[in-house]
Design a protein around this ligand. Structure first.
Ligand code: G1P
Length: 292
């Protein structure tokens, strides 16, 4: 089985949709129940075998890096109070064997620009990208990313996660044109084209790109040549498009079977908290009582 060991997680976004909460606190540290969004995303990656996490940050996101480091004062206190359970949920305990590093994106010029910042860390390997705004609650015991890895290893093709959404929402996302409509959760499909934030009329399908990718390192070559596109940003989608139009076998879409929340927005953030709360027996009772 081909292995993917590195994941790039861009965390340089300003979080403007969640102000004033995100004025001083990075949006990635906002909690779903008692755990920051970013910790769930790192768990999702690590549970699928990723051993190296590369954050793309800006200078005001130091708190994210700190979250994954040891806090000696707090640890001493918890040990004295014999609160081993609490301590065992700390990232530096959970992710002992994981290598964390970060690269700086000096100016926010778009997702493609952020990914390009990680080039030196990736070198010549295929790698994963996780966009942490997308909070995926799996309906099965396997995550979507796990299934992407299986597809990648079976077909030797790079993978992009997609989900079907109502056409009226499509212009907010990257949208794929597939080789056939036969895509299903057990059957990935070749991507023939991909367009960033198309108008409803120009959208090639109702399948939007979800923030999980398995990419080849050659994408950096394409990113370097990519000019600003939608929203005047350097778009990852535009670099992917150039690759796909050169070779229609280079990328497959894996269909998501998760419930997906956009945690960079208030609705998504509240939805994710409720969804996770309902998964916990005690909290579920509490939520139901509160709602009545
Ligand atoms: C980015 C990608 C887009 C994708 C989306 C998923 O858009 O450019 O293709 O569908 O993430 O969250 P952004 O959220 O930066 O507008």
């Amino acid at each position: 089985m081909r292995k993917i060991t590195k994941a790039v997680i861009p965390v340089a976004g300003l979080g403007t949709r969640m102000l004033p909460a995100t004025k001083e606190i990075p949006k990635e540290l906002l909690p779903i129940l008692d755990k920051p969004v970013i910790q769930y995303v790192v768990e999702e990656a690590v549970n699928a075998g990723i051993s190296e996490i590369i954050f793309v940050t800006n200078t005001s996101k130091g708190a994210i890096k700190n979250h994954f480091k040891q806090n000696l004062t707090l640890e001493k206190y918890l040990k004295e109070k014999k609160k081993k359970d609490t301590l065992s949920k700390f990232p530096n305990y959970l992710f002992k064997k994981i290598n964390f590093s970060s690269v700086l994106q000096k100016t926010p010029l778009g997702l493609g620009h952020a990914i390009l910042a990680a080039e030196k860390k990736i070198k010549n390997e295929d790698f994963a990208v996780f966009l942490p705004d997308e909070f995926l609650v799996s309906k099965t015991d396997k995550s979507d990313f796990n299934r992407m890895l299986v597809n990648y290893s079976k077909t030797n093709q790079n993978q992009i996660l997609v989900e079907k959404i109502p056409k009226k929402m499509i212009s907010n996302y990257g949208v794929v044109k597939l080789k056939s409509n036969k895509i299903s959760v057990i059957k990935p499909e070749n991507i023939l084209d991909i367009i960033e934030k198309p108008s409803n009329r120009d959208a090639p399908s109702d399948k939007r790109v979800v923030g999980r990718y398995i990419l080849p390192s050659i994408i950096f070559k394409f990113l370097k040549k990519t000019k600003p596109g939608a929203d005047n940003e350097i778009q990852l989608t535009d670099a992917l498009r150039k690759m796909i139009l050169q070779n229609s076998d280079s990328f497959q879409a894996t269909l998501s079977e998760s419930k997906i929340f956009d945690c960079g927005s208030m609705k998504g953030f509240v939805g994710a908290n409720i969804a996770m709360g309902l998964k916990d027996k005690d909290l579920k009772k509490h939520i139901m009582e509160t709602l009545i």
